[in-house]
Write a protein that binds this ligand. Structure first.
Ligand SMILES: NC(=O)c1ccc[n+]([C@@H]2O[C@H](COP(=O)([O-])OP(=O)(O)OC[C@H]3O[C@@H](n4cnc5c(N)ncnc54)[C@H](OP(=O)(O)O)[C@@H]3O)[C@@H](O)[C@H]2O)c1
Length: 319
């Protein structure tokens, strides 16, 4: 099909359905009312659409901030990290998701490719195991190095959502080993990662490093003293790392309960737990990872957000 035929078919599309099209540095929505035209647009490769819509004149300074950004999501194979992967792909970013289980990463990368077929080449999966303190430094350096190689240059954003199973424990059950283990992935890994970030992240106010804490950092729960201590540490971690990594921005997200794979209890128990949580929340609903992913997006896109902890908890701190 010639580009003039293509242009005239796209010109017939008037309103409603929106297909994001990348044009050089910007992404542009192409709108189409008719079903036949919608499927026509969906089948087109992005490069054709790019050529065909070059004449569009709208400014897109908000929706294009992440276009072609290189983003590593450590813990991106499920839960909040997977939500951030979806959100950043929708903004046209180049995304590497990583976690410890290679088959899970591949399955998640395939799922993302199915959801975003036009961005399939933007999606990459990398393995990293952050559970072993003997190999942690090497793993952290290696994941950043492989991400820069895979994504084709220094990174623009790193998001850390990796975590192992929650380990609440009674004070009487605390041991040095159990306390260390509870904090290795959630607290030690994101802190130690900062050692390597200046080498692999572009030194700019546009770049960011975002870690994850949780409501427990501000509101006590019985048997959660160990986790709460690490989670509270994340608040001062973002402030001090922001100072030491400047101009790279360092922030955190603090969710309340979110419906993710983190909650591994049986279906019935989980439903009961979510129902209790739902009743407590001002919003009256347990959020999805996609809801909370918006906070990570906001941090990446707000070039003035630094040394901050963003709460996304449906009001649960005050409930
Ligand atoms: N969901 C909630 O309700 C909630 C509420 C408040 C705070 N948070 C916090 O938010 C963070 C993310 O939670 P989530 O709900 O997204 O959890 P999730 O769905 O369980 O995701 C955890 C991620 O970490 C990865 N991971 C596990 N072990 C790893 C290891 N040894 N090395 C590298 N990666 C590893 C997992 O993949 P693999 O298993 O493949 O390694 C997965 O990608 C956690 O710190 C959590 O405490 C969650």
């Amino acid at each position: 099909m010639s580009s003039s035929t293509l242009h005239s078919r796209i010109s017939h599309c008037k309103q409603v359905m929106v297909q994001d099209v990348r044009i050089g540095d910007v992404s542009r929505p192409v709108r189409c009312r008719q079903k036949s035209q919608q499927s026509f647009l969906q089948r087109l490769p992005p490069t054709f659409l790019r050529l065909a819509t070059m004449s569009a004149k709208d400014q897109l300074k908000y929706t294009n901030k992440l276009l072609n950004s290189r983003i590593l999501i450590i813990g991106g194979s499920s839960g909040l990290g997977y939500g951030v992967a979806e959100a950043t792909l929708e903004h046209g970013a180049l995304v590497a998701i990583s976690s410890s289980n290679s088959s899970r990463i591949n399955a998640s990368a395939d799922k993302l490719k199915q959801s975003y077929p036009s961005y399939a080449s933007n999606i990459h999966g990398l393995t990293v195991d952050l559970s072993n303190t003997d190999t942690l430094e090497r793993e952290l350096d290696s994941i950043l190095k492989r991400a820069t190689q895979t994504l084709g240059g220094k990174l623009d954003h790193v998001v850390f959502t990796a975590a192992d199973a929650l380990a609440p424990m009674k004070l009487a059950d605390m041991t040095v080993d159990r306390i260390h283990k509870a904090g290795t992935i959630r607290w030690l890994a994101p802190l130690l990662l900062a050692k390597f970030l200046p080498t692999y992240l572009t030194a700019s106010y546009r770049s960011s490093y975002t870690i994850t804490t949780g409501g427990i950092s501000e509101k006590p729960i019985p048997d959660w003293s160990v986790i709460a201590s690490y989670a509270g540490g994340h608040h001062s971690m973002v402030r001090n790392l922001a100072l030491e990594l400047k101009p790279i921005r360092v922030n955190g997200v603090s969710p309340g309960v979110v419906d993710t794979e983190l909650w591994t209890m049986g279906e019935e128990e989980k439903a009961g737990f979510f129902e209790q949580s739902r009743k407590r929340l001002f919003t009256g609903r347990v959020p999805t990872a996609g809801d909370v992913a918006e906070s990570y997006l906001a941090i990446m896109k707000d070039w003035n957000m630094d040394a901050s902890m963003v709460r996304s908890d449906g009001g649960s701190l005050f409930a």
